[in-house]
Design a protein. Structure first.
Length: 315
């Protein structure tokens, strides 16, 4: 397999993106050298009248069934922790990360997707109501059984990541080797406190970059890297957290880099993420073949050193 450092986000497959289109995008991604497919057991509960998720995993199961041998060509990642307990209960009341919840979710995800193992299993968000020892032990049990391979933590504060690793070492079980947070070329203002841009968790900070660089076994995955198309579409303005002078200067540098290379700003963002130190794996959502082609091309783009330096400087 080619080590193409980009993941395909399957969040809306089977809901907003219909089955025929989803299958075509999955085929294109794999044929284009992609490996990682990222979903979650709760996708996409907010689009379904039932208020529950699972539609994305079920679609992937149908795709695997109709594509013999394709499972061996991909690395499959899914998540547990955010499925609503009842319609409308998110975010206050979700399944969480107890032993019981993890056991049930693993079984359900395997059944929906028709697979015997999950390559990377994510804790979707931290569960402060469940002892961390219980969560780490639950994940470790399934890793030992071979139903999950690697373990990842999404939307976790870094101190909780390190505590989980220490617990795993003490218990003698598999610990986390992947982190998934929001990240993009633009940076939000410090001290922004909302669900999307809180620097305490859910965002790749300078400290986390240093952490990953010093611990190369820890892969960094980034979601929302293309800002829902905001780098290209004027009708999709950036969140107000990015409204500061640094963004103005960074956007200018990004525009100049894109023009000099003859590519889009989004392509430069992907290349900037994948080619940095540490390298970051963007999880890209695509609803059209053209969007996916652009993302795959960008993942193979190497930024000249001078351009990367210019992109890193403006603040």
């Amino acid at each position: 397999m080619t080590d193409l450092r980009i993941a395909l986000g399957a969040m809306e497959f089977g809901m907003r993106i219909d089955e025929q289109t989803s299958f075509a995008l999955l085929d294109q991604y794999v044929d284009g050298g992609g490996e990682w497919i990222d979903t979650a057991n709760c996708y996409a509960f907010w689009q379904d009248p039932s208020g529950h998720g699972g539609q994305s995993e079920e679609l992937l199961g149908r795709w695997f069934a109709k594509r013999p041998g394709v499972r061996d060509r991909v690395k499959l990642a899914t998540k547990v922790g955010c499925e609503p307990l009842w319609p409308g209960s998110f975010p206050e009341h979700t399944e969480g990360l107890s032993q019981k919840a993890v056991d049930a979710a693993v079984e359900t995800s395997l059944r929906r997707m028709g697979v015997d193992h999950i390559d990377l299993y994510w804790a979707h968000r931290d569960d402060l109501q469940t002892p961390l020892e219980e969560t780490v032990a639950a994940f470790g049990k399934h890793a030992a059984a071979g139903t999950i391979g690697r373990i990842g933590l999404s939307n976790y504060a870094l101190w909780r990541v390190e505590r989980a690793r220490a617990i795993a070492e003490r218990l003698g079980v598999t610990g986390p080797t992947a982190l998934q947070m929001r990240y993009t070329y633009l940076q939000p203002r410090p001290f922004v406190r909302d669900h999307a841009h809180d620097h305490r968790f859910g965002w790749i900070t300078d400290e986390m970059l240093d952490y990953a660089e010093q611990n190369p076994e820890q892969d960094l995955f980034a979601y929302s890297s293309l800002m829902s198309g905001g780098y290209e579409r004027p009708d999709r303005p950036f969140h107000e957290a990015f409204d500061h002078p640094g963004s103005t200067r960074r956007l200018q540098a990004l525009t100049e880099a894109a023009e000099s290379l003859g590519v889009t700003r989004s392509e430069v963002v992907i290349a900037w993420l994948t080619g940095g130190s540490p390298s970051i794996i963007p999880i890209v959502g695509a609803s059209t073949s053209a969007q996916l082609t652009t993302a795959l091309t960008a993942a193979r783009l190497t930024l000249p050193t001078t351009l990367r330096t210019e992109l890193d400087e403006p603040w």
